[in-house]
Design a protein around this ligand. Structure first.
Ligand SMILES: [Zn+2]
Length: 143
């Protein structure tokens, strides 16, 4: 029997953030660690079918829901498009390249306090911050 896709070497612990990592959850998580282009549930489903032909779209949705609930993954929403998923849990913004349609993570510069950018009352607690930048990256960008 030949393997269509190369087996991933990335090992995932059996538990992350109190979530038991079932085989399916591991595969979903691993894929998101490998694919940093913020795939949708459907993209993930299509990619995983190579590795796990028995996986269903409903299972992918269930895995994503559980992992987002336990903050193992981040759900990212752009406009009215289907949600996308991201395994980068550090504070970051997203850059949507309007030429390629690619979405990538952009880190905040060191020592920048996001609160300083906005005119917010003191003691405001930011629980969630979505920053999406749209534009066109230079061709020679290493991102
Ligand atoms: Zn991201």
């Amino acid at each position: 029997m030949s393997k269509a896709s190369s087996p991933s070497t990335l090992s995932i612990p059996n538990e992350i953030g109190g979530v038991r990592m079932t085989k399916q959850r591991k595969e979903v998580y691993r894929l998101l660690l490998e694919k940093k282009d913020h795939p949708t549930a459907h993209d993930i489903f299509i990619s995983l079918q190579e590795r796990m032909p028995s996986i269903s779209l409903a299972t992918v949705y269930n895995c994503l829901e559980t992992l987002v609930e336990h903050e193992v993954l981040q759900q990212v929403n752009f406009d009215r498009e289907p949600s996308r998923y991201c395994a980068n849990l550090k504070e970051h913004g997203h850059f949507l390249d309007e030429k390629t349609g690619k979405i990538q993570d952009v880190a905040f510069k060191k020592d920048v306090n996001i609160k300083d950018l906005f005119d917010l009352p003191e003691d405001t607690i930011i629980e969630n911050l979505d920053i999406t930048i749209r534009g066109i990256l230079p061709n020679n960008s290493t991102h």
